[in-house]
Design a protein around this ligand. Structure first.
Ligand SMILES: NC(=O)c1ccc[n+]([C@@H]2O[C@H](COP(=O)([O-])OP(=O)(O)OC[C@H]3O[C@@H](n4cnc5c(N)ncnc54)[C@H](OP(=O)(O)O)[C@@H]3O)[C@@H](O)[C@H]2O)c1
Length: 440
């Protein structure tokens, strides 16, 4: 009996679902068949046939792989992985051409050796994410960080074969990219000066080992693509990467910097698949970057003109980069990614004050005073040069325009500064929690 229920279940999956052979439906499914899932109730074998036909039309290569099957009395339970390519309309969602791979479970009841009732749970959130209908959770907490692309599968076979290198993988963007790749099960190599062995942009002899077995790479250059020598380093690194068999490159770039755009051209001329993620200023500069100390002191003291900048949540950058690394359809794209609205530093300070419940001001100071302050603080020469360059050259309002890179890449809107600020306050990073308590 147990054996025959198990066999019936396997036959149902193999012959009916995977092969679309509905002639055996009557042999494995009871006339009183009822199918329940969180969003629907189907009655009768014909309704089941219609459901399966809809799925097999939407995913002509539909395949259900039973991972585990347990059988007890008149019941069986299976856990399975459903995979397929979305080539036709599914529940009103037009074909996306994307491959999906999602988990599910079915608890089945048997009567007279046939399936009479089923409870099915398919991970529809993962399905819709993979179809690009819903996005990742920009604000989801994972213990270590804001935001993670939980439950998303690596889809693109070419990109997921081999190792994905994340250069600068301990930094603001690289760390999030690495976490998301690892969550997807992509074999990932995180490198920086602190990796073992170390990878140092200033020492090309450290690059070779990092590229062994690598097929895709996320390149976050430090401290900035604008520094003298960056273009030469990127060119040399890209040449070496391509020579070692890397097939896909994703470069994190900055807006309005001629030097960064020169580095973009190196990637574009590499001869392999490339994607540029050209980002506005990071929101996280104020919570884990150079300006956190100023927020904590209550005064964002910068030599910046009070020009608008559409700050972006680094989680959005990571989502775009991971999509480009693991999915088809992003090669040859320059995604200019920004937040949904531009804020001046005064407005930004005002927003932080409102959410944190304590006064944070923007104080504009002369550039000489700023240069002296960062010098006295012992800021490394390279970083001091960069800050002066950014405030003197780049932050003049040229980047105030909001761009649609996140929507183009992910089919959703980028996170707003207010959402980011609420998350940071909830975590106590700015010295107070959302309950108004002073963080420990
Ligand atoms: N911040 C912004 O608002 C902004 C906006 C647009 C674009 N960007 C671009 O973002 C990039 C920086 O990314 P991020 O803010 O995510 O970085 P980040 O948080 O400053 O972290 C820098 C990363 O690079 C590594 N690193 C530093 N010096 C290195 C070196 N000499 N060789 C190898 N690795 C090194 C660091 O790890 P170790 O210390 O272990 O080496 C770390 O993993 C820059 O290219 C910048 O142009 C930034």
């Amino acid at each position: 009996m147990v054996q025959s229920n198990e066999n019936t279940m396997r036959r149902f999956v193999e012959q009916v679902i995977n092969n679309g052979d509905f002639t055996v439906l009557g042999e494995v499914v009871h006339p009183n068949y009822v199918h329940r899932s969180p969003d629907q109730l189907l009655q009768g074998p014909e309704a089941l046939r219609d459901l399966l036909t809809a799925y097999r039309t939407a995913f002509p290569d539909l395949h259900v792989e039973i991972e585990e099957l347990v059988s007890s009395g008149n019941r069986t339970a299976i856990s399975f992985v459903l995979s397929g390519t979305h080539e036709s309309d599914l529940m009103g969602i037009a074909a996306t051409g994307r491959k999906v791979k999602v988990n599910g479970m079915i608890l089945s009841h048997f009567e007279d050796g046939k399936i009479v009732g089923e409870w099915e749970l398919l991970d529809q959130l993962a399905l819709f994410r993979q179809l690009g209908i819903v996005s990742t959770f920009p604000g989801a907490e994972t213990g270590s960080d804001e935001g993670s692309a939980m439950g998303i599968e690596a889809i693109d076979d070419q990109a997921s074969e081999g190792i994905t290198l994340v250069v600068g993988g301990t930094g603001k963007s690289g760390r999030r990219v690495a976490e998301r790749l690892q969550t997807r099960g992509v074999e990932t190599r995180v490198v920086s000066r602190s990796s073992n062995p170390p990878f140092d942009w200033n020492d090309p002899s450290t690059w070779n080992w990092a590229l062994e077995g690598v097929t895709s790479a996320y390149i976050s250059y430090a401290p900035d693509l604008a520094i003298p020598g960056a273009t030469e380093s990127i060119r040399r690194f890209v040449d070496e990467a391509v020579a070692q068999g890397v097939k896909r490159l994703v470069l994190l770039s900055g807006r309005g910097e001629a030097e960064a755009q020169a580095c973009e051209r190196v990637i574009q001329q590499s001869g392999v698949e490339w994607t540029v993620v050209r980002a506005s200023w990071f929101m996280q500069n104020f919570s884990e970057g150079e300006f956190l100390g100023m927020v904590l002191e209550g005064a964002i003291t910068l030599p910046a003109a009070d020009v608008p900048e559409p700050f972006i949540d680094v989680n959005d950058i990571a989502d775009v980069a991971v999509a480009a690394l693991t999915e088809e359809g992003h090669a040859g794209e320059i995604y200019e990614v920004t937040g949904p609205r531009a804020l001046t530093f005064s407005e930004l300070a005002h927003e932080i004050s409102g959410v944190a419940g304590r006064e944070v001001q923007f104080v504009q100071i002369p550039k000489e005073a700023f240069a002296q302050a960062i010098d006295e603080a012992g800021t490394p020469h390279e970083i001091a040069w960069l800050l002066n360059y950014l405030f003197e050259t780049v932050l003049d309002g040229r980047n105030a325009r909001v761009c649609d890179g996140v929507r183009r890449a992910l089919g959703r809107e980028p996170a707003d500064f207010a959402d980011y600020a609420r998350r940071i306050v909830a975590r106590g990073t700015w010295g107070v929690t959302s309950e108004g308590e002073v963080a420990a």
